[in-house]
Design a protein around this ligand. Structure first.
Ligand SMILES: Cc1cc2nc3c(=O)[nH]c(=O)nc-3n(C[C@H](O)[C@H](O)[C@H](O)COP(=O)(O)OP(=O)(O)OC[C@H]3O[C@@H](n4cnc5c(N)ncnc54)[C@H](O)[C@@H]3O)c2cc1C
Length: 155
C-alpha cells in the first residue's frame, strides 16, 4: 500500500499505532469499546502530540485536561499537523490526545493520554469515558453526547 500511495497508507499505519496503544494501555472497558471497530477498519485512529510550541520538544505540551464535576474531562488546547485528524472515510475517528492534568509535573513526566472519539460510540452511554487507573488514561467528549465518564481516578 505504501509503494502505491504513501499518503493513504498513513491512515492504517496510525490506526494500527492507536490499536497497539489501546491494546497495551487501555483498560478492559476501553478495549472492548474501541478495538473491534478499529481492527475492522470501521474506525480510524490518530495520535495528537504536536502543538505550535511543542514539536520535537514534546515536554512543552500545554493542552490541559481538567476533570469536570460530572466525571468527564474537559480538554482545551491547540494541536497541529494531525495526520488523518479529519476525514469522512469512516464514521468515527479515535484521537489519542496528549494533555496535562492540573497537578501534572513539568516536562514529559506530566503528560497524560486521553481517548477523544470524534463521535461517542452508541453503545457507550455509560462506559465511553472510562478513565484508567495508573496510566491516567481517560476519555472526554469532543462534542455534546449523552454519555458521561466515571470520576477521574486522580492517580
Ligand atoms: C507530514 C507530517 C505529519 C505529521 N503528523 C503528525 C501527527 O499525526 N500527529 C502529531 O502529533 N504530529 C504530527 N506531525 C508533527 C511532527 O511530529 C513535528 O513536525 C515534529 O515533532 C517536529 O516538530 P516541529 O515541526 O515543531 O519542528 P521543531 O521541533 O521546531 O524542529 C525544527 C528543527 O529544529 C531541530 N531541532 C529541534 N530541537 C532540537 C534540539 N534540541 N537540538 C537540535 N536540533 C533541534 C529539528 O531537528 C528540526 O530540524 C506531523 C508532521 C509532518 C511534517
Amino acid at each position: 500500500m505504501t509503494s502505491s500511495c504513501m499518503a493513504f497508507s498513513l491512515c492504517p499505519l496510525l490506526t494500527q499505532g492507536a490499536i497497539d496503544m489501546l491494546e497495551h494501555h487501555g483498560d478492559e472497558e476501553q478495549r472492548e469499546l474501541y478495538l473491534r471497530p478499529m481492527v475492522a477498519a470501521q474506525w480510524t485512529g490518530t495520535m495528537n502530540l504536536t502543538e505550535p510550541q511543542a514539536g520535537s520538544d514534546v515536554g512543552a505540551v500545554r493542552t490541559r485536561a481538567v476533570p469536570a464535576p460530572d466525571g468527564t474531562w474537559r480538554i482545551t488546547g491547540q494541536k497541529i499537523f494531525i495526520t488523518y485528524g479529519e476525514h469522512d472515510m469512516t464514521d468515527n475517528i479515535v484521537h489519542l490526545v496528549l494533555a496535562r492534568v492540573p497537578d501534572a509535573p513539568a516536562g514529559t513526566k506530566g503528560i497524560s493520554c486521553f481517548i477523544v472519539p470524534s463521535s461517542c460510540p452508541a453503545a457507550s452511554a455509560t462506559t465511553c469515558g472510562a478513565s484508567a487507573s495508573s496510566t491516567r488514561w481517560g476519555s472526554t467528549r469532543r462534542r455534546p453526547a449523552p454519555w458521561s465518564t466515571p470520576t477521574p481516578s486522580g492517580s
